[in-house]
Every structure is written in C-alpha cells, then in structure tokens.
Design a protein around this ligand. Structure first.
Ligand code: ZN
Length: 65
C-alpha cells in the first residue's frame, strides 16, 4: 500500500454496489484538493454524483449515475 502524495482519491463505486465501474474511473482532483470532501467537489464539476447509502457514500462517475 502506498500513500498518494496529493491526498485522497475518489473512485467510482458504480453502477451498483455489486458491479465494478466499467471505466475504473477516478475523480481528477485539482492540485489543491487534499480531502475527500474537496475531491468530491472537484468531481461534481466533472459530472460526478454522490449517492447516500446506509453507512457510506457511493461516488458515481458520469457514466454510472
Ligand atoms: Zn463509474
């Protein structure tokens, strides 16, 4: 396991919890985004959505939501 130098990576959880994203997509975070919250804000500008499910958040790329 390695530490990502720019912070967190938000990757796609879609299209549903039992199926991997066909694109293996991850948010392209800006250089200044270091927290999951900031990276998710970057994702929203790129068409990503966040869906609430019990106990966690599901991040969905533009292809999966
Ligand atoms: Zn996806």
């Amino acid at each position: 396991m390695s530490v990502h130098p720019i912070g967190v990576e938000v990757s796609c959880d879609g299209p549903d919890p039992g199926t991997d994203c066909p694109n293996s997509a991850a948010v392209a975070a800006t250089f200044t985004s270091r927290t999951a919250r900031e990276v998710r804000a970057d994702g929203r500008t790129q068409g990503w959505t966040v869906r609430r499910s019990p106990g966690r958040l599901l991040d969905l790329c533009p292809e999966c939501h």
